[in-house]
Structures are given as structure tokens and as C-alpha cells.
Design a protein around this ligand. Structure first.
Ligand SMILES: [Zn+2]
Length: 955
């Protein structure tokens, strides 16, 4: 699954519409390498120059701290239980839905599920035959399951099936209808207290109401189509089932529906039969030859058309590819098809993984809680991540489509063929698959720029809560951090070693539901790797409040720069009493990965002719917070010279963060703000460096986000941070005006839109410069932006100009917004951008404008994308959401209660904007707390929202 992160690009900075921001490193436990304890690695590096012996003594102290800032702990309170002592805590964030009557309005305290509570099922399902009679007011689901007791199951084990919002029509065992008393139904389960001892057939008929299902989980209607979303626990809203990923079965699905209204009937696997039946209805039969868990089940029915293509796998299988949309959107699917074919080719080239069926379907639906879902051979996508034309989609949209199509496709192996045993192992599939899609996007574009973007994301935005991580045991946090851990395996083992580990993982576990340890073991065994020791020291239980942690393993990619800024050749390093050669095939290297495993370690490089400037943690080789004793002049030197583009960017970011924090202090003390000339010159030299990648320049010229700076403050002060960031931007614009103007001119073009790195980079740099210039509110610059807006031939340029103009209030602001809406009102995805742009505005008092937009005819609280654009966008403006009069909090609080009745998953994502309320001053704390309490007291509150709100309050 891919979360819908709803990114919104506003010229010079990317903002996440969904608001929960988090620490870089609260929990990283993924895939068994790093423990789940919240900790920071602090590395101090110092260099002592030894001119005589040509030796640089290079010391590193790594101290690991667990001082999880209390305010960050929201997502994981009460995770850590003392009874976990002997186990590595993988992810005990999940809570079980408590068994309660549906009518009860007061929620019982949710019960937490722990990894240690995992029990092997007493019954497995061998085959599942489903029949759906789809209809306008009710749908009947017939399920026939071949049940097999586990070898070691005791004879008396009850069979407990999950179910939610279902009307049970009948239950049969071996063809015989069960009477009341033979089974038990409550609002969450159907229990057969004494099923037969051997194999048996279970038949269940349920009635459901997809047309009333606004939660968009299970089977629901979206714009005239039936569609499903089953991860994590949606299948239980379709029929009673052991709805856990370790129940893997072969599915056959028969769908019957009205032929005129639903001419297309899709499910997983191969189409094995179709035809007409009475009353204008028709049917289709699908058979999936691969065993799969219920969360990968999918069904789609509706008036759709497809773009068809083919892909021949390298072993010669002819695969039909189909992307389904409403007929009018079909022309917008060319880029999605391109992305799919590129993904299929890449997975063969890089991992040797081929597609395994003759048909691959993608369906785009406008109403979807997430980004997309990897159901076996029938991926379902949020339209935003499929539909694109140069006129209606931006470069960011194109890139997101490429990445997410890849992500879902790559799940076919990492997630579907090898799935996760339980939801504690989510990072097994998500971390690994995110890593794979990051690598794919890197190979398709610029690797350093992609890395910078991913790390910025990691730093600036905590991934939005999927469905309330405590209500549903899906932990979106693990997505991106899990990917970081997979990346460390690769850093450690190298590309070839990593590939060997992957090969062994598939060889051992194809068709199985496995754990993070299994992945770890495959990596270790395939490489005879010695990282067992690191694992041991990470298996200690994380304990809240414990300030000292065992060191964990950290791969630190390092290079040394000479006084000309060139990389020094590294031939050997003295470490742990041994001299290790770094040379590969007799040749020195320029970057080496230091393996830091202790609290304090010393690495002494030999043959170093002069005092170097170290470039540490190249490419962000580990997801840690690095503190070094590099001076400002070292950092400026790295910014100007480092051959590692990530670290070059990073040096600028560190300088900018320091500068911003010191200006924030000045601002709070009413001192005049003054911008350091060295900083301006440093950025100027980047901006004017023709040898650099243009997208890299755009990234390096972008200041750290407000959220990132707020996270570094003891008491978060959004007004001060906003004022300082605005001040620096304007000052840079003023002092570098001529350079920005030249950059805009040099990068204008009327060429046809092309999705490739060179063109995207050019547009990114031009539009960044335009945003800087327009911030000056100088008539000539505004005029320039207006011309750019009018002359634009693609959405990237047009929207960037629009965003540049509308950062300032006034006449043009309103006129251009009205013009844009006029032009694009029939393109709902473009209208969502229009909503987001207005919602995210930092213009003071914008909450009133957002309230008005709620009543705009194009807005609809039932559609997640619109909610993410408008409400999520609003929370993205930290000054307005955290407005000191409480107007932002009140607005969101009221909306959450309203939204919860429609779609609890989306509501819970929105409520998480409050989660870090304790980071703020007392006045804001009071106001935010009052809203949380109000939400908690709302009648009929969903578990999703309850969980987030109550845990936020308790944090
Ligand atoms: Zn995924």
C-alpha cells in the first residue's frame, strides 16, 4: 500500500498537506537491524593534524541517547511493556478492537496486541470460493471455504472469524445449515465453538451495503463503480473470515451484476469465465493461482475502459497490461503505462524478478483513502496517482506516479509472493518496497536529488497516519524508516551482497507469510555476514525514560577533502587494533563506510598528507542525527566542494538551520534581524555554478522547512520561525535579485513538455527563482510572474507561477486564483491543487477563507483527496493552524467531529495534526487540549479518532 502523502509544491518549498510532523529518529526497528528504541546517535568528529607522520587522527564518539522528546512520543505511548524484556520489540503499536456492542457509544479502553501475543492459527484456509451478487441497495456475498485444522491444533479449538458491519444470512458446515447455538455472533466475530475435527467446508452468506459505506474500507461505491480496499482489515467488512495475513488461500471469485451499469467485472488472477445471465445481468469468474492473504483481495465493477499494452518478460511470458478508468480519463494514462513498463523492466534487471501472471490490471478511482493498493494483479489507485497530462499534472505528480506505480508493482514480490505474518511485520513489506521504489526512481532520474528529497521528507514530515496507527495495526511510520534500514543493509553488504540476500529471501520464503527476522537471516546467511553481533546489542528492550542505551550499529560513509576541495585517496584505516586496507583491487577509494558499533571509536586514516575536512555520513548512510565539530568555515567549504552532492546540500542545510535558530532568538528578543553575508555568498556561488545539476541547485537554495526548525526548539514558536524564514527568503531575493532574474530568463523555454530529469530540473530552478523574486512584492517581479503564468504551456510552470503570485495578498492574488479556477473547474485533480494552494497560505487570518471554501460547490467532505487538499493544506500552514487565538484549532476540531461520521480513517489522519500540542507554549497548549477534549466527548466517536485523540491527550 502506498500512503497518500498529498504533497503540495509551492514554488520554493514542498509542503505536506497532511500535518503530522515528527522526529527523525524516534523509532527505527525495521527488518531486524536496528532496535525500536527511540534514540539519537550523536557523532562528534575532530581532526588532529599530524603533519610529520602524515597521519590524521580521526576520532568519533558515538553516544546514543534515548531522550525521546516527550512531545514526540504521541504515536507510540504505552508501547513498551516490561514483559517484553526477553524479546526484541518489533512493533507493539497495534491495539485490538475491543469486543463491544456496536450500539454502545462509550468506547471501552482499547486492548493492545503485542508481538509476543502472536499465536499460530488453529485453522488454515486452503481454498476460498467467493460469489458476489452486486446490486444497488444490497450485495450478497457467498463464501465457501475449505478449512484445514493446523497439525498441532487441539480438537476443541473454536474457529473465530472476524466480521464488521455484516448481516449474517446463513452458516453451513459440510453442507449442513447450523442452528442458533452452534455458533455465536457479536459485532466483531462469528465463532464456531466446536467445529469438526478434520477438514471441513464452511459456507457463509452475508449481506452488505456498499452504497452506504463512506469509510472506503471493504467493498464500497466510488463514482458509480464498486471497488474494494482490504488492507489492513477491510475484508472483514465483506464477509466473516480469519482476517489476518498469515491465512493464505487460493481464491476463486464469481461476480454477477447488471451488464449495462457494470460492464466491467474485475478481480485477482486470471479471467477463467464470463457470460450473460438472466435479467440483463452478466458474470465473470476469476481464479488466482497464487495463495494470498485476504488483505490482497480486490474486486472492481463499473463502466470503465482500458488502455491496453503488453510486456514480454525476459523469460518470454506475454503479459497483457490494462489501466482502467472512466472513458473520459483514458487519454491521461499514458504516463502511468510508461511507468508500469519501466517498473517491470527494472525489477527484472536489478532483482531478477519477473511478473508471474498473464494479466496485470490497474484501476484508478477518485475516492480512495490511500495512494494505492497492491492487490494481487489488480492494483487499485487513487486517480491522482494515475492520471496525468502535461497540461493538468505537475512534474511532482509525474514523479509521484512513476514512484507509486513502481511501488505497487514491486509489492508483487515483496509483499504478495512473500507476505507478512502479522501486522507487526509491516515494515517487512513496506520498508523493503519503499526502498525498492526509491532505488527505481533514483535510477530513472538523479540519484543525489532523489536522496535529498527522501531525506527531507524523512526530516520534515512524519508520514501521515494511515488509519490511526493505534486503531489499526498499520504503522505508516515504518514505511520510510524501514526503507532506511534496508538501505543500511545495502550499504553494508554492497549491491551484490544485497542481491544475494534478496535471492535467498525469495528462495526460502516464496509463498510464505514471514517475519522481519526471516529477512535479516536471509541477508546474513547469503553473505556469511558478521552482523549478528550488532543485532544482539539491539535486542535489548527499549524502556521509556531510560537515558542510556546500548550503542547500535551505524554505517558511516566517510570521505576526506584536501585543501583544494578534492577527495583524498583513502588507502587504509587503523581501527580496533588492526590496520585495514581500504583499497579495492589495489586502488584507493574516495569514500569508505566506517562501521561504528561502540559508544566511542577511533578510526585513524594513514597516508593523509595534509589536514583534511571530513565529509561524514555521505549520502545519509544511516538515519541518525549527526552532531559534528565541523566549524562554519568547514561547512562552507563542504558546501562549495564536497563531491558527495548529498553532503554538499547537507552542509548548506546545517548552516541554514543554525542561522535560522539564531535569528529566531533575535526575533524573540525584538532584536533587528541581520543576514550573514557569508551565507548569502555561499548560496550565490551555488546558484551561479553552471556545473551543478539544476535540480540540485533548486534543492540547495531551499531553506529548511518551518516544521524542521520548530522541531529543534524547546518551545515551538511558529510565528518566530515563520517570520525568520520569510525574512531570509526576502533578503536572499533582494541581494541575489540579478542572479535570480538571470536564472529565470536562462531557463525559460516554449519547448513541448517532456518528463525527464533535465527538463524537470530546469523547470524546478526557474520556478524556485521566480518564487524568490515574487516574494519581494516588487511590481516588475510580479509582472514577470504574471507573464510566466500566462505563457505557461504545462501545469508545472503555470501552477508555480500561480503559487508565486499568491504568496502575497492583493489584487493579483484574487484575480489569478479566479482565472485558474475558471480554466480548470472541470478537472477535479487540478481543482484539488487550487484548494490546497489557498488552504496552505500563510496570509494571516486565512482560516476564514478556508471556511468559505468548505462551502465551495467543488468541495466534498466525502472525497479524501479534497479533504487532504483543504484541511490537510490548512494544517500545513503552521502560522495559521497554530494561530494564537485558537481559530485554527477550533476549525479543525469541529471538522474532525463532522468528518469522523463519514470517514474515520481520514478523520483520524486529520486529528493527528493535534498530536504534538505539547510542543507549544501554554496558551496554545490549553487551546489545543480543549479541542482534543471536545473531540473525545463527541457522541459515537470512531475508534480511529478516539485512539489518536486519547493518546495525544495522554502523551
Ligand atoms: Zn506499499
Amino acid at each position: 500500500m502506498s500512503l497518500f502523502s498529498g504533497f503540495y509544491q509551492s514554488g520554493q518549498m514542498a509542503r505536506l498537506v497532511l500535518p503530522c510532523k515528527g522526529p527523525v529518529l524516534t523509532k527505527t526497528n525495521f527488518l531486524g537491524l536496528v532496535s525500536s528504541s527511540p534514540r539519537q546517535a550523536v557523532c562528534r568528529a575532530s581532526c588532529i593534524h599530524r603533519p610529520v607522520r602524515s597521519l590524521t587522527r580521526y576520532r568519533q564518539f558515538f553516544s546514543l541517547e534515548t531522550s525521546l522528546r516527550r512531545n514526540y512520543s504521541f504515536s507510540y505511548p504505552s508501547l513498551y511493556r516490561s514483559q517484553e524484556v526477553n524479546k526484541r520489540l518489533i512493533c507493539s503499536v497495534a491495539t485490538a478492537p475491543s469486543s463491544k456492542q456496536a450500539e454502545e457509544l462509550n468506547m471501552e479502553a482499547p486492548k493492545e496486541i503485542f508481538l509476543k501475543d502472536y499465536k499460530k492459527p488453529a485453522y488454515y484456509f486452503d481454498t476460498v470460493d467467493l460469489k458476489f451478487l452486486l446490486d444497488e441497495d444490497k450485495t450478497h456475498v457467498f463464501s465457501k471455504i475449505a478449512v484445514v485444522p493446523a497439525d498441532d491444533a487441539s480438537a476443541s479449538s473454536p474457529l473465530v472469524l472476524d466480521g464488521s458491519d455484516l448481516k449474517l444470512i446463513s452458516v453451513k458446515v459440510d453442507g449442513k445449515e447450523l442452528n442458533e447455538g452452534d455458533f455465536l455472533v457479536d459485532s466483531r466475530h462469528l465463532t464456531l465453538s466446536s467445529p469438526p475435527t478434520g477438514k471441513f467446508t464452511l459456507e457463509i452468506v452475508t449481506e452488505i451495503y456498499p452504497q452506504n459505506n463512506t469509510s472506503l474500507e471493504g467493498l464500497y461505491k466510488s463514482s458509480g463503480n464498486f471497488c474494494t480496499q482490504c488492507e489492513a482489515e477491510g475484508f472483514r467488512k465483506i464477509t466473516f473470515f480469519q482476517d489476518h495475513p498469515d491465512i493464505m488461500a487460493k481464491y476463486t471469485v464469481r461476480i454477477e451484476a447488471d451488464k449495462t451499469k457494470y460492464p466491467v467485472l474485475l478481480s485477482n488472477g486470471n479471467l477463467v469465465g464470463q457470460g450473460d445471465i438472466e435479467d440483463g445481468k452478466h458474470f465473470s469468474i476469476w481464479e488466482d493461482p497464487f495463495k494470498k492473504p485476504s488483505y490482497l483481495f480486490a474486486l472492481v465493477a463499473g463502466p470503465l475502459e482500458s488502455r491496453d499494452d503488453t510486456f514480454v518478460t525476459r523469460s518470454g511470458r506475454n503479459v497483457t497490461l490494462r489501466i482502467w478508468t472512466p472513458p473520459e480519463d483514458l487519454r491521461k494514462t499514458a504516463h502511468a503505462m510508461y511507468s508500469l513498463k519501466q517498473s517491470m523492466k527494472w525489477d527484472e534487471d536489478v532483482f531478477g524478478l519477473e511478473y508471474d501472471l498473464d494479466l496485470f490490471n490497474i484501476v484508478a478511482v477518485p475516492d480512495f483513502n490511500m495512494g494505492a493498493m497492491e492487490n494481487k494483479s489488480l492494483n487499485i489507485f487513487n486517480s491522482k496517482l494515475v492520471l496525468a497530462t502535461p497540461e493538468t499534472a505537475s512534474d511532482a505528480d509525474y514523479a509521484a506516479i512513476l514512484g507509486v506505480i513502481g511501488h505497487e508493482y514491486f509489492h508483487n514480490w515483496t509483499g504478495n509472493r512473500v507476505t507478512c505474518r502479522d501486522w507487526f511485520q509491516l515494515s517487512l513489506k513496506e520498508g523493503l518496497t519503499v526502498f525498492r521504489d526509491q532505488e527505481f526512481s533514483s535510477d530513472m532520474g538523479s540519484r543525489p536529488v532523489k536522496r535529498i528529497a527522501d531525506v527531507s521528507k524523512l526530516r520534515n514530515y512524519q508520514y501521515p497516519q494511515d488509519s490511526g496507527p493505534m486503531a489499526h495495526p498499520v504503522r505508516p511510520h515504518s514505511y520510510i524508516k524501514g526503507a532506511e534500514v534496508v538501505r543500511m543493509y545495502k550499504t553494508l553488504l554492497g549491491s551484490q551482497g544485497f542481491r544475494k540476500g534478496m535471492d535467498l529471501y525469495f528462495k526460502r520464503h516464496d509463498g510464505q507469510a514471514v517475519t522481519c527476522e526471516d529477512f535479516y537471516a536471509a541477508m546474513r546467511d547469503a553473505n556469511d555476514a558478521d552482523f549478528a553481533n550488532f543485532l544482539l546489542c539491539q535486542e535489548l528492550p527499549p524502556t521509556p525514560g531510560q537515558s542510556v542505551k546500548e550503542p547500535m550499529f551505524i554505517p558511516v560513509a566517510t570521505g576526506l577533502l584536501d585543501s583544494h576541495g578534492k577527495d583524498m585517496p583513502l588507502s587504509s584505516v587503523y581501527h580496533d587494533g588492526k590496520l585495514e586496507s581500504l583499497a579495492i583491487e589495489g586502488k584507493p577509494v574516495y569514500t569508505t563506510v566506517l562501521r561504528v558499533t561502540k559508544k566511542e571509536e577511533e578510526f585513524v586514516f594513514s597516508d593523509v598528507p595534509e589536514q583534511p575536512v571530513p565529509s561524514l555520513l555521505r549520502g545519509f548512510s544511516a538515519p541518525i542525527r549527526l552532531q559534528s565539530d565541523l566549524s562554519d568555515s568547514d561547512l562552507f567549504f563542504l558546501l562549495a566542494h564536497d563531491s558527495d552532492e548529498f553532503n554538499r546540500w547537507e552542509a548548506g542545510q546545517i548552516l541554514a538551520r543554525k542561522l535560522m535558530l539564531s535569528l529566531v532568538e533575535d526575533f524573540q528578543q525584538n532584536k533587528p534581524l541581520h543576514l550573514d553575508a557569508k551565507f548569502v555568498n555561499g548560496l550565490k556561488s551555488i546558484l551561479c555554478d553552471k556545473s551543478l545539476d539544476k535540480e540540485f541547485i533548486a534543492k540547495a537554495m531551499t531553506l529548511p522547512g518551518e516544521g524542521e526548525i520548530l522541531d529543534m526548539m524547546v518551545v515551538a514558536d511558529p510565528n518566530a520561525v515563520h517570520a525568520v524564514r520569510t525574512f531570509i527568503r526576502k533578503e536572499l531575493a533582494l541581494q541575489l535579485k540579478a542572479d535570480f532574474l538571470r536564472t529565470v530568463q536562462e531557463n525559460q523555454t516554449s519547448e513541448q513538455y517532456e518528463f525527464n530529469h533535465t527538463n524537470m530540473a530546469r523547470r524546478a530552478l526557474k520556478n524556485l527563482s521566480l518564487a524568490y523574486l515574487t516574494s519581494l512584492e516588487d511590481p516588475a517581479c510580479t509582472e514577470l510572474a504574471l507573464n510566466e503564468y500566462k505563457a505557461a504551456t504545462n501545469m508545472t510552470d503555470q501552477f508555480a507561477a500561480l503559487a508565486a503570485i499568491t504568496q502575497n495578498p492583493g489584487k493579483y492574488h484574487d484575480e489569478v486564483l479566479a482565472d485558474f479556477y475558471d480554466k480548470w473547474q472541470h478537472e477535479y485533480l487540478v481543482v484539488n491543487k487550487w484548494f490546497a494552494l489557498q488552504a496552505v497560505s500563510d496570509i494571516p487570518g486565512n482560516v476564514e477563507n478556508v471556511k468559505k471554501l468548505l462551502n465551495h460547490p467543488a468541495f466534498d467532505l466525502h472525497n479524501p483527496n479534497k479533504v487532504y487538499s483543504l484541511l490537510g493544506g490548512f494544517c500545513g500552514s503552521l502560522v495559521n493552524f497554530h494561530a494564537k487565538d485558537g481559530s485554527g484549532y477550533q476549525f479543525l476540531g469541529e471538522l474532525v467531529v463532522q468528518l469522523d461520521k463519514i470517514n474515520p480513517q481520514v478523520a483520524s489522519r486529520m486529528v493527528s495534526a493535534f498530536s504534538r500540542w505539547k510542543r507549544y507554549d501554554e496558551t496554545r497548549q490549553k487551546l489545543a487540549k480543549a479541542q482534543l477534549e471536545k473531540i473525545m466527548s463527541a457522541n459515537g466517536l470512531s475508534e480511529n479518532v478516539y485512539e489518536i485523540a486519547s493518546k495525544s491527550l495522554a502523551a
